[in-house]
Design a binder for this molecule. Structure first.
Ligand code: AMP
Ligand code: MG
Length: 390
């Protein structure tokens, strides 16, 4: 049995980045850049007006003849005399002769004359060529997570394709004779299967949308065969249940028979002690405990960092924050606890039911209260670490 931090280090060391592929910018949301991107153009590509107003040459003059008009998208590069201005609109090409734009709210117009009421500084309201970024400058660094704004930035520079880390194909393998799919009649002795949809949803939160769920009865032969087929086709295999020490828990044996290298089994924590993590070449396997709350806890704490690493994220662990705890409690277990809690701006409350078999409090919790095994007494109002997940 190992400690939580050791398990996290083993995961970080053994989770390899996925291969790099080229994709369309419009499809890249949530992917991680696998290359640094440099700008193919100056942006803006020409001197642009930042206002609706009048472009002119800055001097002591304040009255101008308006000789022409230029809207965004036009290109007219008229010669301007000192006493001439052009009507101009936001985004339009500023003639090479003009150096300043006055906003229309600061002018009075009579016929074809414009009077400047409030003289702007020289060069005001003109966006210079390459002011945002120059041709050849860095757009975004390698390992940046692609956001909607990043997609817009690429698009405004005319970039259509980028290299990213591929997303891992993930299989969810559910074990248990007692499990029935929601929507079907529930015979005596059976329960509804909940881990697969829950894990699928948690995967979607990090942008892994296409997962395939497989189901297998509690039999060593069937489990071994199913794991073999999952390892063939998927980059990450999440197994639910069958990893404890009962007579019908065959997952560990089936994994070893398939040549999966055990990297750890059992963590000194509650819930989720019987977690198995292994790999075969670059393929990762998590055998998560069957109890639903343990399963999701293990997925959040261990599965997510592994997947994030594969996706190319550099910051892979769930962030921790400090909060004052609302009631005192004792940890006599000698284990690290991941308690379901609810936090606000100041405090965190440990929720009442902490059973690993139940999701009733998990469903309303927004964080884990993280109590390392070394902490025995926690006083009311003491600062404690929390791990937000909602
Ligand atoms: P196991 O780890 O297979 O011994 O399962 C531990 C407990 O979790 C048992 O009560 C199972 O019925 C339950 N369980 C296992 N898998 C699931 C699942 N996919 N959905 C809901 N409950 C499950
Ligand atoms: Mg089972």
């Amino acid at each position: 049995m190992i400690q939580v931090d050791d398990a996290l280090s083993i995961i970080a060391e053994n989770s390899a980045k996925m291969p790099v592929k080229k994709i369309k910018v419009g499809k890249s949301l949530g992917f991680v850049l696998a290359e640094a991107i440099y700008s193919p153009i100056d942006m803006p590509p020409f001197r642009q007006s930042a206002m609706d107003g009048y472009a002119f040459v800055h001097s002591e003059l304040s009255r101008f003849s308006v000789i022409s008009s230029s809207q965004a998208g036009d290109y007219s590069n008229l010669k301007l005399e000192k006493n001439e201005a052009i009507r101009i609109f936001t985004g339009a090409y500023v003639p090479d002769d003009a150096d300043t734009v006055v906003m229309q709210e600061h002018t009075t117009v009579t016929g074809d004359k414009v009077q400047i009421d409030i003289l702007p500084d020289s060069f005001a309201n003109v966006r210079n060529k390459g002011e945002q970024i120059e041709k050849g400058q860095l757009v975004l660094e390698k390992n940046t997570i692609i956001t909607p704004a990043a997609i817009g930035f690429f698009a405004c520079l005319g970039i259509t394709q980028i290299k990213v880390y591929s997303k891992p194909k993930v299989a969810i393998l559910v074990t248990g004779n007692e499990l029935v799919r929601a929507g079907k009649k529930l015979p005596q002795g059976k329960i509804y299967e909940s881990n697969s949809v829950m894990l699928e949803a948690a995967l979607k939160e990090i942008g892994i949308k296409k997962t395939i769920v497989f189901r297998v009865k509690d039999s060593l032969k069937a489990t071994t065969k199913m794991i073999e087929s999952c390892l063939d086709q998927f980059d990450v295999v999440l197994i639910s249940g069958g990893i404890s020490v009962g007579d019908y828990d065959f997952v560990k044996e089936a994994l070893l028979q398939n040549g999966v290298e055990e990297l750890f089994y059992k963590i000194n924590q509650k819930p989720g002690k019987p977690l198995f993590f292994g790999k075969k070449e670059k393929k990762l396997v998590f055998a998560l405990p069957g109890n639903p709350a343990s399963s999701l806890t293990c997925f959040y704490v261990y599965g997510l960092p592994a997947l994030k690493k594969r996706l190319g994220f550099t910051d892979i662990h769930l962030p921790k924050m400090n909060r004052k705890i609302t009631t005192a409690f004792q940890n006599k277990t000698g284990k690290t606890l991941f308690l379901k809690g609810f936090y606000d701006d100041d405090c965190v409350t440990v929720l009442e039911s902490q059973s690993s078999a139940m999701l009733n409090t998990f469903a309303v919790a927004n964080c884990f209260v993280y109590v390392p095994y070394t902490i025995v007494n926690v006083q009311e109002k003491q600062e404690i670490k929390i791990i937000p997940f909602n």
